[in-house]
Write a protein that binds this ligand. Structure first.
Ligand code: HEM
Length: 179
């Protein structure tokens, strides 16, 4: 049985109709940036910034972890709150311009559109196809992340329950829709 589920699998055309999903992705990448600190850059000239001198040749990093939890930009930054990216009518607000998980300036991540589109379609498909449920006997520690350069969550147990019969899921993967 299909409960509250679109009868076609999500496509890129559905993207603008799914602001909640985009807000969830923005907040996930803000709350736990995958690349916590950017790549090393070098100052090409002496820079005076807020009374600090950054000499020519100095190595400079953008710290996405710290920038993503500046309370003047993101109130209650430790709280996972996708709503912060939405306006009162549930549309994406202008705050997404504050999003710096992919870096910034001339050396911003060139893969950001590929990454964003891949995350969108993967998550849309997962949520369309499955109910993802926390197991009562296996509480998830949402603070358990590794400290490597590329950060990811520690393993956890969840139940993944198909929303439609597996045979229909298979057919849908080839046809793009179900009867
Ligand atoms: C969620 C996925 C991704 C995240 C969070 C991410 C994040 C970043 C960050 C923070 C930087 C460093 C920016 C800086 O400090 O200057 C970077 C650089 C880079 N990223 Fe990504 N990235 C992602 C996916 C990708 C993908 C899919 C590609 C390629 C297909 C890619 C290619 C690159 C390259 C080539 C650079 C170096 C750019 C330069 O130095 O000019 N990234 N990325």
């Amino acid at each position: 049985m299909i409960e509250n589920q679109a009868r076609h699998t999500p496509t890129f055309n559905d993207s603008s109709s799914l602001p909640q999903l985009h807000a969830f992705l923005l907040e996930t990448l803000r709350w736990r940036p995958i690349v916590r600190i950017g790549f090393p850059h070098r100052a090409t000239k002496d820079i005076l910034w807020r009374g600090y001198c950054i000499p020519k040749g100095a190595t400079v990093y953008g710290c996405h972890w710290t920038l993503s939890r500046d309370p003047t930009v993101f109130p209650a930054p430790e709280t996972f709150n996708p709503q912060r990216w939405l306006d009162s009518e549930g549309r994406l607000n202008d705050d997404h311009t504050k999003f710096i998980t992919f870096g910034f300036g001339r050396r911003v991540c060139p893969g950001l559109h590929l990454a964003n589109q891949s995350l969108y379609i993967t998550l849309a498909f997962l949520l369309w196809s499955f109910r993802i449920v926390q197991r009562p006997d296996a509480p998830i520690n949402t603070h358990a992340f590794n400290d490597a350069v590329i950060s990811h969550a520690a393993p956890f147990d969840i139940d993944v329950i198909p929303r439609v019969e597996v045979a229909k899921l298979r057919a849908m993967m080839t046809d793009g829709c179900i009867d």
